[in-house]
Design a binder for this molecule. Structure first.
Ligand SMILES: Nc1ncnc2c1ncn2[C@@H]1O[C@H](COP(=O)(O)OP(=O)(O)O)[C@@H](O)[C@H]1O
Ligand SMILES: [Mg+2]
Length: 217
């Protein structure tokens, strides 16, 4: 059994995952928690190589099953090399995307068979699930608009393969996330991500403080 606390951030492109994850990390560090931040795909040197293949806009013909296996490979490395060891050290691990992204993108949006999908989630994770998952929910046009603004502000950040998907793809992703929250209301919390960065942060902190408190009780 891990001693740390595993919290994941999910939601469509541009909903504010990276922004909010950093704010939570800063807040927990200020409160004296030992925090590790990471992301998927990636989180390890090998995972970051796989991330490049997955996000490259020129890989337009990447097969949905090949995509799923690449995510599974990156995740196997991530769970083995980073997430489990850090949890065993008692750290709070904050991860930008995890298994629910596979369900929303490869399941709800790409329509891969749920049985295959769940196997490809279960095997690389060994069943390791987050204690808390925050789904930042906003309309697709809000998220995509934020992502476009972000990419314009950081000329090094190119639009990736997923941001190029059609709008109805992102709608299916959003609905996929909402369905997960309905199925697992204890683990997964929907956070309204349409407000200001600060107001969303306050809502998220209430959820985070609750699980941090419970984990120490
Ligand atoms: N609540 C918010 N209101 C307005 N802009 C936001 C908000 N949250 C994040 N942003 C901005 O939107 C862009 C996308 O946010 P980001 O955290 O990168 O999203 P994600 O990691 O989910 O793709 C960034 O430029 C960020 O500064
Ligand atoms: Mg991000």
């Amino acid at each position: 059994m891990e001693h740390g606390l595993f919290i994941t951030f999910e939601g469509i492109e541009g909903c504010g995952k990276s922004t909010q994850l950093k704010l939570v990390a800063d807040d927990l560090k200020a409160k004296g928690c030992d925090v590790v931040t990471t992301r998927e795909p990636g989180g390890t040197v090998i995972g970051d190589q796989i991330r490049r293949i997955l996000l490259a806009p020129e890989h337009k013909n990447l097969e949905p099953l090949a995509e799923l296996f690449l995510y599974a490979a990156a995740r196997a490395q991530h769970v083995h090399e980073l997430i489990r060891p850090e949890l065993a050290r008692g750290k709070v691990v904050l991860c930008d995307r995890y298994v629910d992204a596979t369900r929303a993108y490869q399941g709800a949006a790409r329509q891969i068979d749920p049985q295959i999908l769940e196997r490809l989630i279960d095997v690389p994770t060994g069943g390791l699930m987050p204690t808390l998952t925050l789904i930042l929910d906003c309309p697709v046009e809000v998220g995509l608009r934020r992502a476009v603004t972000r990419n314009a502000q950081h000329p090094t950040t190119k639009e990736d393969r997923f941001e190029r998907e059609a709008r109805d793809f992102h709608e299916r992703v959003r609905l996929g996330y909402l369905a997960i929250a309905k199925q697992e209301p204890k683990r997964v919390k929907i956070i309204d991500a349409t407000g200001s960065v600060e107001s969303i942060h306050q809502t998220i902190l209430q959820e985070v403080d609750r699980v941090v408190h419970n984990s120490r009780a």
